[in-house]
Ligand binder design. Sequence first.
Ligand SMILES: *[C@@H]1O[C@H](CO)[C@@H](O)[C@H](O)[C@H]1NC(C)=O
Ligand SMILES: *[C@@H]1O[C@H](CO)[C@@H](O)[C@H](O)[C@H]1NC(C)=O
Ligand SMILES: *[C@@H]1O[C@H](CO)[C@@H](O)[C@H](O)[C@H]1NC(C)=O
Length: 327
Amino acid sequence: MQLSQSFPVVILSACSVVASVNPVTVFTLPGPVKPSSWFENLVVRPNGRILATRGDAPEIWQINPSTGAGEMLVSLPPSTGALNLTGISRVHMGDGDETYVFGSSHIPAPLQVTPGSAKVWTLKMADSGSASVSLLASIPAAGFLNGIAEWGRNGRVLISDTEREAVYLMDVATGSFTTPLTNLTGINGIKTVGPTHGSGYLYRADHMSLTLSRIPIDAARATALGPAELLANQQLIDDFSLKMDKHGGTGKAYLGTMYDNSVVEVAFGSQPSSGLGVKTPVATNLTGTGFGLCTVTVFGRGRNKDKLYAAVGQGGGSAQIVVLDLS
Ligand SMILES: *[C@@H]1O[C@H](CO)[C@@H](O)[C@H](O)[C@H]1NC(C)=O
Ligand SMILES: *[C@@H]1O[C@H](CO)[C@@H](O)[C@H](O)[C@H]1NC(C)=O
Ligand SMILES: *[C@@H]1O[C@H](CO)[C@@H](O)[C@H](O)[C@H]1NC(C)=O
């Protein structure tokens, strides 16, 4: 056996993927620097303003991403028992009003939830810009109401509960709910696609098994119609946004990667599962300090539809919103 033939040795240097998008700060919470401040969730209004829930205070802030101006829109008094705000989503009630649903729990310290403290609230925005908040439901049996996503356009939302590992389907007109999905370990942020033709998909982050997956669910009851399809693994993950292609369930997810302080894109294939999607870092070092956390991303609207806003915290001493221009 002859092994004499020699080949040129090619040394492939590790191809470091350089995240190309530069994060630009849109807004920083004013006031004394509080290293513990964090925005838990973001939603963009039809007029392009961002609503941001604070996880460290019972407040919703409204930010104009074009000017960087921000104001406290909602501050719930301590008597409401809403001490830490969590997910927020628009919900269409069929009355033409601009309505949102958000969650609260008492979270005295990270990963600790006071039993019996979970509540769901309705926020209505008047044309004048003023906000009114009312209690929709107390759910004493719930733990940490985390992500909220509209399900259809008939006044219903899905709400993930990280502690109970469940998803509730709530009728926003009445506050009544069912629990269509259980055993969802590590459930965190959720998003929905559909429903059309009687079914749709729940996309969900699992920060414990470090995965992004989607579950086909029934339009009426939101119960599972099949097994979960894995889209990403080995990924620090919190809340995320979706940009779906027009047909077939292909699209991209933009993940807030929690303590990785970055945004990662996952380009996934059509349903049912085409396997793991392709991961690409979009931006790293979001806080610009080398450390911090990213809880959520959301796309702008109108001429800002290719701008991705991300909530970051614990890096510069306070909660911030940064923008990534993906156009
Ligand atoms: C929850 O909110 C209270 C004030 O409402 C705050 O003292 C506490 O630090 C918050 N918890 C977390 C984990 O930020
Ligand atoms: C939930 O998980 C437990 C433990 O793995 C299992 O015993 C139970 O059957 C599961 N329940 C459902 C509804 O899948
Ligand atoms: C993060 O960005 C800041 C500001 O550009 C820079 O000074 C720092 O070295 C960066 N840190 C890392 C870990 O990339």
